[in-house]
Write a protein that binds this ligand. Structure first.
Ligand code: AQP
Length: 339
C-alpha cells in the first residue's frame, strides 16, 4: 500500500508549546526519547503547536515557544541524524487525518477525557469560553500518532487515557474500513512518570499552569532550581519514607532524585535523615541534569538557521511518511483520490 515499515519499531511522541518546558516533560518523556528511543527505533518527535491553540493563546508567544521547544529538544540530545524532529503544523497530514478521527470518535468518548473535563472547568471558572478544539483535541492527537503507523508512544502518565482512546479509534477504524492503522501502545518511564508540582504535590507539574513557584523549568538558573526545591512542600512528620499516598511531597522528591541519579526511590529514602537533606540532594541532582541542556540551548540559540534546517528536513521526512497512510485512510472511508 506504499506505507510499509522497516523492521525497527516506529515511535512517535510530541510536546505542546503551551509554556516553557519543565522538569516533568524532561523526566517523564524527553529524556527517554534521547537516551533510548532515538537509538533503538525509527522515532519521530514533534512540537505539537496545533494543540497549543485549544485554549486562549497569544500568537507571538506560541510562535516563540514552538521554536524554543524545538531548540530545547535538540539541546536535550535529540540527534537529527538518528531521529526526525519537526513541527506539527508544518505537516498537513495531521489536520487532514484529524477530521477522519473526529468521524470515528463519539461525542461521549471525547467528553469523558479527564483533561477536557479539568481544562473546561478551569476555563469556565475564569469566565472564558471553551474552544471546541479542546474537546476534539484527542482526535488530533490520535491522528498525530496513527498517521505514522506508530507502534509505541513514549509519554508521561497523564497521557495514558488519550493513547487508550487512540487505540480504540485505530481498532474501530480498521474494523469498519479495513486495516489501515497500526494499533499503538503507550510506554512510560519506570520512575517519574508523573512529576508533581513542588508546591502542590498532588497536582502534576504542568508547563501551562499559572502558579509557577513549584514548577522547575529546563531553562531555570541553578539558584532558581535550588530555591524552588528548598521551598518544596513536604509532609507532616519528619521521617523520610517513600509513600505516594501518605507522603506525596516527599515521594515526589524521591522520584525526582531517583530519576536523576538512577537509584530507586524506596532505597534512596533510607539514605536521608531529614526532609532538608533530601531537598538539597534533589536540587543538586536536578542542577546537574539541567546544566548541559542550558549550555547547549545557548549555543543553538546562536545558530537559528541550524534549528530551521533541522525542522525543514524533519517536516519533509514526516510528510513523506504520513501521506501514503492518510491517503489510504481517505480512500478507505469512501473519498475520491486526490484530483
Ligand atoms: N509532570 C509531568 N511528569 C511526567 N511527564 C510529564 N509530561 C508532562 N508533564 C509531566 C509529559 O511530557 C510530554 C509532553 O507534555 P505536554 O506538552 O503534552 O503537556 P504539559 O507539559 O503537561 O503541558 P500543559 O499545557 O501544562 O498540559 P496540561 O494542561 O494538559 O497538563 C508528555 O509525554 C507528557 O506526558
Amino acid at each position: 500500500m506504499g506505507y510499509t515499515k522497516t523492521s525497527r519499531p516506529r515511535i512517535f511522541s510530541g510536546i505542546k508549546p503551551t509554556g516553557h518546558l519543565t522538569l516533568g516533560n524532561y523526566l517523564g518523556a524527553v529524556r527517554r526519547w534521547v537516551r533510548e528511543d532515538q537509538h533503538r527505533a525509527d522515532a519521530l518527535f514533534c512540537v505539537v503547536d496545533l494543540h497549543a491553540l485549544t485554549v486562549e493563546h497569544d500568537p507571538a508567544r506560541v510562535r516563540r515557544l514552538t521554536r524554543q521547544a524545538a531548540t530545547l529538544l535538540l539541546a536535550s540530545g535529540l540527534d537529527p541524524a538518528l531521529c526526525t524532529v519537526f513541527v506539527q503544523s508544518q505537516v498537513d497530514e495531521h489536520a487532514r487525518l484529524s477530521y477522519l478521527m473526529e468521524c470515528t470518535a463519539t461525542d461521549g468518548e471525547l467528553r469523558r477525557m479527564i483533561q477536557y473535563k479539568e481544562k473546561a472547568a478551569r476555563e469556565g471558572a475564569r469566565g472564558g469560553s471553551v474552544r471546541l478544539s479542546l474537546l476534539t483535541y484527542p482526535a488530533l492527537m490520535a491522528a498525530d500518532i496513527l498517521a505514522y503507523g506508530t507502534d509505541e508512544v513514549p509519554v508521561g502518565d497523564d497521557q495514558t487515557q488519550h493513547v487508550e482512546l487512540t487505540r480504540d479509534l485505530a481498532q474501530r477504524f480498521n474494523q469498519r474500513y479495513g486495516p489501515v492503522f497500526t494499533v499503538p501502545r503507550a510506554t512510560h518511564p519506570e520512575v517519574a512518570a508523573r512529576v508533581m508540582d513542588l508546591r502542590d504535590p498532588v497536582s502534576k507539574m504542568g508547563k501551562s499552569h499559572a502558579e509557577t513557584a513549584g514548577i522547575v523549568y529546563l531553562l531555570d538558573e541553578a539558584d532558581a532550581v535550588r530555591r524552588k526545591f528548598i521551598r518544596a512542600v513536604t509532609d507532616s512528620g519528619s521521617e523520610v519514607r517513600y509513600d505516594r499516598m501518605e507522603q506525596p511531597g516527599v515521594a515526589n522528591l524521591l522520584d525526582v532524585l531517583a530519576s536523576c541519579t538512577g537509584g530507586k526511590p524506596e532505597v534512596l529514602a533510607e539514605e536521608y535523615a531529614s526532609y532538608g537533606a533530601l531537598k538539597l540532594a534533589a536540587a543538586e541532582a536536578v542542577v546537574e541534569v539541567l546544566r548541559p541542556i542550558r549550555a547547549r540551548h545557548a549555543e543553538l540559540c546562536a545558530d537559528p538557521s541550524y534549528v530551521d534546517g533541522v525542522l525543514r528536513a524533519g517536516a519533509e521526512r514526516a510528510r513523506g511518511l504520513a501521506r501514503p497512510r492518510v491517503d489510504a485512510a481517505y480512500a478507505a472511508v469512501g473519498l475520491l483520490p486526490p484530483a
